[in-house]
Design a protein around this ligand. Structure first.
Ligand code: ADE
Length: 257
């Protein structure tokens, strides 16, 4: 997968050199290219923002540097949408441009799985009060654009949100996580339940024992215990995630306790 990131703080993305994603980059599984938006700002101060038209607080990112930078990325990627105005928007394999924004659709594991099938993602990290709306309109008219939020809170810019999304998507690419089975029983995967609690050795630590069933060697009992833990944890922490068929069951059981 190819990933281009546009930001005025390229240094944020040094974090992608670490751990599994860093290894995936070295092994050529993910090709991440980070671009400094200021390289497309040509005045003495390399200005990328200006006051909001119509008044109001803060600053808005100017459209020209974004246009130059995104046109360059799309053209360089050999994509027709980068050069030709008559290109067919949304053709398969075209880059998908994602603008992280608290005003976007919410990023979920389902979206991560969907985006892991893309060949080329471009992340445009806004700062200040956001990016001039015409940038979204321009690229949505020429191709595929999504505004995506990583949660209902406000960050200072799209950089941290982009790193979170790249990590969630990147670890789903074939070969990135050594043991693909470890992806299956995680929170938000498969059946929508949160994951079960994990233990390792020693069997006792500070008077706290590992649940005996995990030492029993009875695989059916362990599997059943883990499933119960997942249901109980989901009911307690994130009841809205519980599959409909489990809502009645767990409510009934706990009402009787
Ligand atoms: N930029 C600022 N806040 C954000 C959020 N919650 N998600 C994505 N991008 C953002």
């Amino acid at each position: 997968m190819r990933i281009d990131v546009v930001s005025i703080f390229p240094g944020y993305f040094d974090a992608l050199e670490l751990s599994l994603l860093g290894k995936a980059k070295q092994r050529g599984l993910i090709d991440v290219r980070v671009h400094d938006l200021r390289d497309a700002a040509h005045d003495k101060h390399r200005t990328v923002d200006d006051t909001p038209t119509g008044g109001g607080a803060g600053m808005v990112m100017k459209p020209e540097p974004w246009g130059e930078m995104l046109d360059g990325i799309l053209a360089e990627a050999g994509n027709s949408a980068g050069a030709a105005a008559d290109a067919e928007p949304g053709a398969a394999g075209d880059p998908l441009i994602i603008f992280p924004s608290p005003a976007g659709e919410v990023f979920t594991q389902r979206m991560a799985r969907e985006l892991a099938h893309e060949q080329h993602l471009v992340f445009g990290c806004g700062r200040y009060e956001g990016i001039d709306q015409r940038v979204f309109d321009e690229y949505a008219a020429r191709g595929r654009v999504r505004l995506v939020s990583i949660g209902d809170y406000v960050l200072n810019g799209g950089e941290v949100a982009t790193i979170a999304m790249i990590e969630a998507i990147g670890r789903l690419l074939p070969g990135v996580v050594g043991n693909p089975e470890s992806l299956v029983e995680e929170s938000h995967e498969e059946d929508g339940l949160l994951e079960y609690p994990s233990y390792t050795k020693p069997a006792e630590w500070r008077d706290r024992a590992v649940p005996p069933v995990l030492l029993s060697g009875n695989h059916a009992a362990i599997e059943s215990w883990r499933r119960e833990q997942r249901i109980e944890r989901t009911r307690r922490v994130r009841p809205e995630l519980l599959p409909r068929e489990l809502r009645g069951e767990s409510r009934g059981r706990h009402a009787a306790e």
